[in-house]
Design a binder for this molecule. Structure first.
Ligand SMILES: NC(=O)C1=CN([C@@H]2O[C@H](COP(=O)(O)OP(=O)(O)OC[C@H]3O[C@@H](n4cnc5c(N)ncnc54)[C@H](OP(=O)(O)O)[C@@H]3O)[C@@H](O)[C@H]2O)C=CC1
Ligand SMILES: O=C[C@H](O)[C@@H](O)[C@@H](O)[C@H](O)C(=O)O
Length: 319
């Protein structure tokens, strides 16, 4: 049977499935979070940059007040945003205040980039030409040292990263005192990122897969091989796409603000070797044809070291 949790290098049990909250609108997200926790979700993924942590917190509070869950039952994740890359505790404090919590279960570096802390916007400062106001001499390993210090405050139970490629992870691990608990990355059959997945496994870093349905509108639910596996299993394409990660030993985050979908996304089935072969063959053919699909790649203009995205400016780290 598919596992419902995975053990992290911190000893924590991280749920196999979580609710995403990116692009979940104010007015919808609190109800979505409460519905998820009522339905059996134990993991909620938030971020400072999503601008909706206050409503996420209201949704959590409503679920606790209603007796659906207790605080210690659930695993709350949020993320350090780039404009706070040199002020990690300031950002965490803001998130905790918005969420109405005194600790999170996991705090992640959202992207390995710094953005101008004194620019023209708190989250997305821009230059006059419209490009992002990046701190080009930022050292992402210095941010990690700040993350390590946060563990001593008790405000987060574990720390990790998002969107880290193998070369970035290698740099971080050279200096790290604490190995990240997770690397949260875009992951699905159209972007298996096997090199990062394998590297993380070898270092004891758990993979958390985001945009499993292909992000906005869930385009991967129409993909031919996914439909084929869905038919074999008499399951929905969404269930196949989410179960793929659990079969790979990863946690998966799916976003929805629709009650029926929130509930449906909790269903994880066992995919067998033949099912996985159909999906893996598909990934291999996309890789061969240069047709891998990365749905989330914000316009930072930076080369983050992913083999499918070599364009962009190098940071001082030389990648
Ligand atoms: N660390 C990072 O940089 C990133 C982290 N993430 C995290 O991962 C989460 C998930 O990724 P995300 O990019 O949001 O995309 P998903 O792949 O989860 O897709 C979300 C989309 O699919 C729709 N949907 C969800 N479930 C179903 C279903 N069962 N049937 C049909 N449609 C469905 C949603 O619609 P609707 O809501 O209208 O129901 C929404 O349009 C994010 O919300 C965020 O928490 C995501 C991207 C980057
Ligand atoms: O977590 C989700 C994504 O990473 C999201 O935070 C970014 O894409 C952000 O909107 C941006 O434009 O940089």
């Amino acid at each position: 049977m598919a596992p419902s949790t995975f053990k992290l290098n911190t000893g924590q049990d991280m749920p196999a499935v979580g609710l995403g909250t990116w692009q979940s609108s104010p007015g919808e997200v609190a109800a979505a979070v409460t519905c998820a926790l009522k339905s059996g979700y134990k993991l909620v993924d938030a971020a400072y940059c999503y601008g909706n942590e206050d409503e996420v917190g209201q949704g959590i509070k409503a679920a606790i007040d209603a007796g659906y869950v207790t605080r210690s039952d659930i695993f709350v994740v949020t993320k350090l945003w780039n404009t706070y890359a040199t002020r990690a505790e300031v950002c965490l404090d803001k998130s905790l205040k918005a969420l109405g919590l005194d600790y999170v279960d996991q705090y992640l570096v959202h992207w390995a980039v710094g953005m101008n802390p004194n620019g023209n916007d708190d989250r997305f400062p821009k230059l006059p030409d419209g490009s992002r106001d990046i701190t080009w001499d930022h050292d992402h390993t210095a941010t990690w040292a700040q993350m390590e210090d946060l563990l001593k405050t008790g405000k987060t139970k574990s720390i990790g990263v998002c969107n880290y490629s193998v070369p970035y992870l290698e740099q971080l691990l050279k200096k790290a005192k604490v190995v990240p608990a997770v690397n949260q990355i875009e992951n699905h059959p159209s972007l298996p990122q096997q090199e990062v997945v394998d590297f993380c496994k070898s270092k004891g870093i758990h993979i958390v897969a985001y945009s499993p349905l292909g992000s906005t509108g869930g385009p991967l639910m129409k993909s031919e091989p996914v439909l084929k596996v869905a038919k074999r299993k008499a399951a929905s394409p969404g269930t196949v796409l989410l179960s793929y990660h659990v079969a790979r030993g990863a946690t998966v985050l799916a976003k929805s603000v629709t009650e029926s979908r929130i509930k449906a996304n909790l269903e994880i089935i066992d995919l067998d070797a033949d099912d996985m072969k159909i999906l893996n063959d598909y990934s291999d053919s996309l890789a061969k044809e240069g047709k891998l699909e990365r749905y989330v790649y914000p316009p930072f203009g930076i080369n983050f070291g992913f083999p499918d995205k070599k364009e962009g400016r190098s940071m001082p780290n030389g990648i």
